[in-house]
Design a protein around this ligand. Structure first.
Ligand code: ATP
Length: 317
Protein backbone atom coordinates (compact mmCIF):
# COMPACT_ATOMS: atom_id res chain seq x y z
CA UNK A 1 0.00 0.00 0.00
CA UNK A 2 1.18 3.50 -0.83
CA UNK A 3 2.00 5.88 2.00
CA UNK A 4 -0.18 8.92 2.71
CA UNK A 5 1.73 11.61 4.60
CA UNK A 6 -0.38 14.24 6.33
CA UNK A 7 1.37 17.45 7.35
CA UNK A 8 0.36 20.09 9.89
CA UNK A 9 -1.10 20.50 13.33
CA UNK A 10 -2.22 18.06 15.97
CA UNK A 11 -3.76 19.51 19.09
CA UNK A 12 -6.27 18.95 21.83
CA UNK A 13 -9.75 20.39 21.58
CA UNK A 14 -11.43 20.94 24.92
CA UNK A 15 -15.16 20.50 24.40
CA UNK A 16 -17.91 21.25 26.94
CA UNK A 17 -19.31 18.29 28.86
CA UNK A 18 -22.81 19.52 27.95
CA UNK A 19 -23.92 20.61 24.48
CA UNK A 20 -25.41 23.86 23.26
CA UNK A 21 -23.61 26.17 25.67
CA UNK A 22 -21.13 28.99 25.10
CA UNK A 23 -17.53 28.55 26.25
CA UNK A 24 -18.18 30.78 29.24
CA UNK A 25 -21.30 28.85 30.28
CA UNK A 26 -19.66 25.41 29.98
CA UNK A 27 -19.52 23.69 33.37
CA UNK A 28 -16.49 21.59 32.37
CA UNK A 29 -14.50 20.34 29.39
CA UNK A 30 -13.40 16.99 27.96
CA UNK A 31 -10.19 16.43 26.01
CA UNK A 32 -10.80 15.69 22.33
CA UNK A 33 -7.59 15.10 20.39
CA UNK A 34 -7.70 16.49 16.88
CA UNK A 35 -6.17 18.80 14.31
CA UNK A 36 -7.40 18.21 10.79
CA UNK A 37 -4.18 16.78 9.28
CA UNK A 38 -3.77 14.35 12.19
CA UNK A 39 -7.42 13.32 11.87
CA UNK A 40 -6.90 12.59 8.17
CA UNK A 41 -3.88 10.36 8.92
CA UNK A 42 -5.88 8.42 11.51
CA UNK A 43 -8.88 8.19 9.17
CA UNK A 44 -6.64 6.57 6.53
CA UNK A 45 -5.12 4.09 8.98
CA UNK A 46 -8.47 3.13 10.52
CA UNK A 47 -9.76 2.20 7.07
CA UNK A 48 -6.74 -0.05 6.53
CA UNK A 49 -4.37 2.33 4.72
CA UNK A 50 -0.79 3.35 5.44
CA UNK A 51 -0.34 6.81 6.95
CA UNK A 52 2.25 9.03 8.59
CA UNK A 53 1.80 12.36 10.34
CA UNK A 54 4.45 15.07 10.14
CA UNK A 55 4.33 17.97 12.58
CA UNK A 56 5.57 19.28 15.91
CA UNK A 57 4.21 18.74 19.41
CA UNK A 58 5.24 20.13 22.78
CA UNK A 59 7.74 18.12 24.84
CA UNK A 60 5.02 17.81 27.48
CA UNK A 61 2.44 15.33 28.68
CA UNK A 62 -0.12 16.37 26.07
CA UNK A 63 2.43 16.13 23.25
CA UNK A 64 3.39 12.60 24.21
CA UNK A 65 -0.25 11.68 24.67
CA UNK A 66 -0.98 12.81 21.08
CA UNK A 67 2.02 10.95 19.63
CA UNK A 68 0.73 7.88 21.50
CA UNK A 69 -2.70 8.28 19.88
CA UNK A 70 -1.11 8.32 16.41
CA UNK A 71 0.81 5.12 17.15
CA UNK A 72 -2.15 3.34 18.80
CA UNK A 73 -4.05 4.00 15.60
CA UNK A 74 -1.31 2.61 13.39
CA UNK A 75 -0.10 5.99 12.11
CA UNK A 76 3.67 6.47 11.86
CA UNK A 77 4.88 9.20 14.22
CA UNK A 78 8.45 9.05 12.91
CA UNK A 79 7.95 12.49 11.38
CA UNK A 80 6.85 14.04 14.68
CA UNK A 81 9.31 16.31 16.50
CA UNK A 82 8.97 17.74 20.01
CA UNK A 83 9.64 21.32 21.06
CA UNK A 84 11.32 21.75 24.42
CA UNK A 85 10.16 25.31 24.97
CA UNK A 86 6.63 25.56 23.59
CA UNK A 87 3.47 23.74 24.60
CA UNK A 88 1.24 21.48 22.56
CA UNK A 89 -1.55 23.59 21.01
CA UNK A 90 -4.93 23.66 22.75
CA UNK A 91 -8.30 24.88 21.50
CA UNK A 92 -11.56 25.30 23.38
CA UNK A 93 -14.40 24.55 21.01
CA UNK A 94 -18.14 24.63 21.49
CA UNK A 95 -21.18 24.10 19.35
CA UNK A 96 -23.47 26.92 20.42
CA UNK A 97 -27.24 26.67 20.50
CA UNK A 98 -27.39 28.44 17.09
CA UNK A 99 -25.35 25.58 15.57
CA UNK A 100 -22.21 27.65 14.96
CA UNK A 101 -18.86 26.46 16.27
CA UNK A 102 -17.00 28.84 18.56
CA UNK A 103 -13.21 28.44 18.88
CA UNK A 104 -10.74 29.81 21.40
CA UNK A 105 -7.12 28.88 20.68
CA UNK A 106 -4.11 28.71 22.97
CA UNK A 107 -1.22 29.16 20.56
CA UNK A 108 1.24 31.80 21.76
CA UNK A 109 3.14 30.24 20.02
CA UNK A 110 2.39 26.54 20.31
CA UNK A 111 4.86 23.84 19.33
CA UNK A 112 3.22 23.12 15.94
CA UNK A 113 3.98 26.68 14.78
CA UNK A 114 7.69 26.23 15.52
CA UNK A 115 8.50 23.36 13.17
CA UNK A 116 11.52 24.43 11.10
CA UNK A 117 12.48 23.30 7.57
CA UNK A 118 15.62 21.65 9.02
CA UNK A 119 13.57 19.48 11.34
CA UNK A 120 11.57 17.84 8.55
CA UNK A 121 11.94 14.08 8.20
CA UNK A 122 12.67 14.13 4.47
CA UNK A 123 12.85 10.35 4.27
CA UNK A 124 9.17 10.05 5.16
CA UNK A 125 8.10 13.02 3.07
CA UNK A 126 9.88 11.73 -0.04
CA UNK A 127 8.31 8.31 0.32
CA UNK A 128 4.76 9.73 0.23
CA UNK A 129 2.51 8.66 -2.64
CA UNK A 130 0.01 11.30 -1.48
CA UNK A 131 1.01 14.36 0.55
CA UNK A 132 -1.89 16.07 2.34
CA UNK A 133 -1.98 19.44 4.11
CA UNK A 134 -4.15 22.34 5.23
CA UNK A 135 -3.55 26.06 5.66
CA UNK A 136 -3.08 26.53 9.41
CA UNK A 137 0.59 25.63 8.97
CA UNK A 138 0.94 28.61 6.60
CA UNK A 139 -0.02 31.23 9.17
CA UNK A 140 3.35 31.92 10.77
CA UNK A 141 7.07 31.24 10.38
CA UNK A 142 8.99 29.03 10.76
CA UNK A 143 6.23 26.48 10.18
CA UNK A 144 5.24 28.21 6.95
CA UNK A 145 8.67 27.59 5.40
CA UNK A 146 8.65 24.02 6.68
CA UNK A 147 5.24 23.51 5.03
CA UNK A 148 6.43 24.93 1.69
CA UNK A 149 9.60 22.83 1.74
CA UNK A 150 7.75 19.63 2.67
CA UNK A 151 5.23 20.20 -0.13
CA UNK A 152 7.98 20.77 -2.71
CA UNK A 153 9.98 17.76 -1.56
CA UNK A 154 6.94 15.50 -1.75
CA UNK A 155 6.00 16.81 -5.18
CA UNK A 156 9.54 16.39 -6.56
CA UNK A 157 9.54 12.81 -5.31
CA UNK A 158 6.34 12.14 -7.28
CA UNK A 159 3.56 12.48 -4.69
CA UNK A 160 0.08 13.72 -5.49
CA UNK A 161 -0.59 16.86 -3.45
CA UNK A 162 -3.92 17.04 -1.60
CA UNK A 163 -5.10 20.32 -0.05
CA UNK A 164 -7.97 20.94 2.37
CA UNK A 165 -7.65 24.59 3.49
CA UNK A 166 -9.70 24.02 6.66
CA UNK A 167 -10.27 27.72 7.19
CA UNK A 168 -9.99 28.85 10.83
CA UNK A 169 -10.41 32.61 10.51
CA UNK A 170 -9.73 33.47 14.18
CA UNK A 171 -6.16 32.17 13.77
CA UNK A 172 -5.30 34.59 10.95
CA UNK A 173 -4.35 38.25 11.44
CA UNK A 174 -7.06 39.27 8.94
CA UNK A 175 -9.52 37.70 6.50
CA UNK A 176 -7.70 39.33 3.59
CA UNK A 177 -4.37 37.80 4.61
CA UNK A 178 -6.02 34.41 5.16
CA UNK A 179 -7.42 34.41 1.64
CA UNK A 180 -4.14 35.57 0.08
CA UNK A 181 -2.12 32.92 1.87
CA UNK A 182 -4.60 30.11 1.28
CA UNK A 183 -4.61 30.97 -2.43
CA UNK A 184 -0.81 31.40 -2.59
CA UNK A 185 -0.32 27.61 -2.74
CA UNK A 186 -3.52 26.86 -4.66
CA UNK A 187 -1.91 25.98 -7.98
CA UNK A 188 0.44 23.40 -6.48
CA UNK A 189 -2.34 21.02 -5.48
CA UNK A 190 -3.55 18.07 -7.56
CA UNK A 191 -6.62 17.49 -5.39
CA UNK A 192 -8.48 20.21 -3.49
CA UNK A 193 -11.37 19.79 -1.08
CA UNK A 194 -13.30 22.77 0.23
CA UNK A 195 -16.47 22.99 2.29
CA UNK A 196 -19.44 25.10 1.20
CA UNK A 197 -18.39 27.83 3.68
CA UNK A 198 -14.86 27.87 2.34
CA UNK A 199 -16.16 28.11 -1.21
CA UNK A 200 -18.13 31.21 -0.22
CA UNK A 201 -15.17 32.72 1.59
CA UNK A 202 -12.63 32.07 -1.16
CA UNK A 203 -14.79 33.09 -4.12
CA UNK A 204 -16.79 35.87 -2.46
CA UNK A 205 -19.86 34.33 -4.09
CA UNK A 206 -23.00 33.94 -2.01
CA UNK A 207 -24.14 31.02 -4.21
CA UNK A 208 -22.76 27.51 -3.83
CA UNK A 209 -22.99 26.61 -7.51
CA UNK A 210 -20.86 25.18 -10.32
CA UNK A 211 -19.82 28.63 -11.45
CA UNK A 212 -18.43 29.50 -8.02
CA UNK A 213 -16.70 26.12 -7.75
CA UNK A 214 -15.19 26.36 -11.22
CA UNK A 215 -13.78 29.78 -10.43
CA UNK A 216 -11.45 27.87 -8.09
CA UNK A 217 -10.25 25.59 -10.88
CA UNK A 218 -6.60 25.83 -11.92
CA UNK A 219 -4.95 24.32 -15.02
CA UNK A 220 -3.02 21.57 -13.24
CA UNK A 221 -5.81 20.59 -10.86
CA UNK A 222 -7.08 17.02 -11.26
CA UNK A 223 -9.99 16.95 -8.83
CA UNK A 224 -11.96 19.59 -6.94
CA UNK A 225 -14.45 18.57 -4.25
CA UNK A 226 -16.99 20.73 -2.49
CA UNK A 227 -18.45 19.09 0.61
CA UNK A 228 -21.97 20.08 1.59
CA UNK A 229 -22.49 18.63 5.05
CA UNK A 230 -25.62 16.45 5.18
CA UNK A 231 -26.14 17.09 1.45
CA UNK A 232 -23.07 15.12 0.41
CA UNK A 233 -20.60 16.60 -2.06
CA UNK A 234 -20.00 17.88 -5.56
CA UNK A 235 -17.03 16.83 -7.68
CA UNK A 236 -15.28 18.53 -10.57
CA UNK A 237 -12.77 17.05 -12.99
CA UNK A 238 -11.49 18.54 -16.28
CA UNK A 239 -13.87 16.26 -18.18
CA UNK A 240 -16.86 15.72 -15.91
CA UNK A 241 -18.69 16.96 -12.85
CA UNK A 242 -21.54 15.81 -10.66
CA UNK A 243 -22.80 15.27 -7.17
CA UNK A 244 -23.15 12.56 -4.53
CA UNK A 245 -26.08 12.58 -2.12
CA UNK A 246 -25.51 12.59 1.61
CA UNK A 247 -26.55 9.75 3.92
CA UNK A 248 -29.25 10.23 6.52
CA UNK A 249 -27.81 9.52 9.93
CA UNK A 250 -28.45 10.63 13.52
CA UNK A 251 -25.91 13.42 13.74
CA UNK A 252 -24.58 14.31 17.18
CA UNK A 253 -21.29 16.11 16.37
CA UNK A 254 -19.99 16.99 12.90
CA UNK A 255 -16.36 17.47 14.01
CA UNK A 256 -14.02 15.52 11.77
CA UNK A 257 -16.58 14.71 9.05
CA UNK A 258 -14.52 16.50 6.43
CA UNK A 259 -11.29 14.82 7.58
CA UNK A 260 -12.96 11.42 7.51
CA UNK A 261 -14.19 12.14 3.97
CA UNK A 262 -10.69 13.17 2.85
CA UNK A 263 -8.99 10.19 4.52
CA UNK A 264 -11.38 7.77 2.83
CA UNK A 265 -10.91 9.39 -0.57
CA UNK A 266 -7.09 9.49 -0.35
CA UNK A 267 -6.96 5.92 0.91
CA UNK A 268 -8.70 4.77 -2.28
CA UNK A 269 -6.79 7.01 -4.68
CA UNK A 270 -3.28 6.40 -3.31
CA UNK A 271 -2.82 3.05 -5.03
CA UNK A 272 -4.82 3.88 -8.12
CA UNK A 273 -4.53 7.47 -9.33
CA UNK A 274 -6.57 6.60 -12.43
CA UNK A 275 -9.77 6.64 -10.29
CA UNK A 276 -9.64 10.45 -10.42
CA UNK A 277 -10.29 10.41 -14.17
CA UNK A 278 -12.83 7.58 -14.31
CA UNK A 279 -16.18 9.05 -13.33
CA UNK A 280 -17.96 5.78 -12.55
CA UNK A 281 -15.20 4.60 -10.21
CA UNK A 282 -14.75 8.05 -8.71
CA UNK A 283 -18.47 8.15 -7.83
CA UNK A 284 -18.17 4.84 -5.98
CA UNK A 285 -15.20 6.18 -4.04
CA UNK A 286 -17.01 9.42 -3.22
CA UNK A 287 -20.07 7.48 -2.01
CA UNK A 288 -17.73 5.62 0.29
CA UNK A 289 -16.14 8.89 1.46
CA UNK A 290 -19.55 10.48 2.10
CA UNK A 291 -20.56 7.42 4.11
CA UNK A 292 -17.39 7.83 6.19
CA UNK A 293 -18.18 11.51 6.75
CA UNK A 294 -21.74 10.67 7.76
CA UNK A 295 -20.65 7.96 10.22
CA UNK A 296 -18.19 10.39 11.79
CA UNK A 297 -21.08 12.71 12.72
CA UNK A 298 -22.87 10.00 14.70
CA UNK A 299 -20.41 10.03 17.64
CA UNK A 300 -18.88 12.79 19.74
CA UNK A 301 -15.36 13.92 18.87
CA UNK A 302 -13.39 13.40 15.68
CA UNK A 303 -10.94 10.57 16.31
CA UNK A 304 -13.25 8.23 18.28
CA UNK A 305 -15.85 8.65 15.53
CA UNK A 306 -13.65 7.77 12.52
CA UNK A 307 -14.98 4.53 10.99
CA UNK A 308 -13.41 1.21 10.16
CA UNK A 309 -14.03 -0.35 6.76
CA UNK A 310 -16.64 -2.73 8.21
CA UNK A 311 -18.68 0.21 9.64
CA UNK A 312 -18.77 1.76 6.18
CA UNK A 313 -19.92 -1.43 4.51
CA UNK A 314 -22.90 -1.68 6.83
CA UNK A 315 -24.12 1.84 6.02
CA UNK A 316 -23.54 1.36 2.28
CA UNK A 317 -25.73 -1.76 2.20
P1 ATP B 1 -15.39 19.49 9.31
O1 ATP B 1 -14.67 20.79 9.13
O2 ATP B 1 -16.45 19.49 10.35
O3 ATP B 1 -14.46 18.32 9.45
P2 ATP B 1 -16.23 19.94 6.56
O4 ATP B 1 -17.01 21.20 6.65
O5 ATP B 1 -14.87 19.97 6.00
O6 ATP B 1 -16.21 19.19 7.98
P3 ATP B 1 -18.59 18.56 5.73
O7 ATP B 1 -19.17 19.07 4.48
O8 ATP B 1 -19.22 18.97 7.00
O9 ATP B 1 -17.03 18.88 5.72
O10 ATP B 1 -18.58 16.98 5.76
C1 ATP B 1 -17.87 16.15 4.88
C2 ATP B 1 -18.76 15.04 4.38
O11 ATP B 1 -19.28 14.30 5.49
C3 ATP B 1 -19.95 15.54 3.61
O12 ATP B 1 -19.63 15.62 2.24
C4 ATP B 1 -21.01 14.48 3.90
O13 ATP B 1 -20.90 13.43 2.99
C5 ATP B 1 -20.64 13.99 5.30
N1 ATP B 1 -21.46 14.68 6.31
C6 ATP B 1 -21.14 15.80 6.99
N2 ATP B 1 -22.13 16.18 7.83
C7 ATP B 1 -23.12 15.27 7.67
C8 ATP B 1 -24.42 15.09 8.24
N3 ATP B 1 -24.91 15.93 9.16
N4 ATP B 1 -25.15 14.02 7.83
C9 ATP B 1 -24.69 13.16 6.91
N5 ATP B 1 -23.47 13.28 6.34
C10 ATP B 1 -22.68 14.31 6.69
Amino acid sequence: KGLIVSFGEMLIDFVPTVSGVSLAEAPGFLKAPGGAPANVAIAVARLGGKAAFVGKLGEDEFGHMLAGILKENGVSADGVTFDKGARTALAFVTLRADGEREFMFYRNPSADMLLTPDELNLGIIRSAKVFHYGSISLIVEPCRSAHLKAMDEAKSAGALLSYDPNLRLPLWPSAKYAKEQIMSIWEKADIIKVSDNELEFLTGSSKIDDEAAMSLWHPKLQLLLVTLGENGCRYYNKNFRGSIDGYHVKTVDTTGAGDSFVGALLGKIVDDHAIIHDEARLKEVLKYACACGAITTTKKGAIPALPQHSDVLSILQ
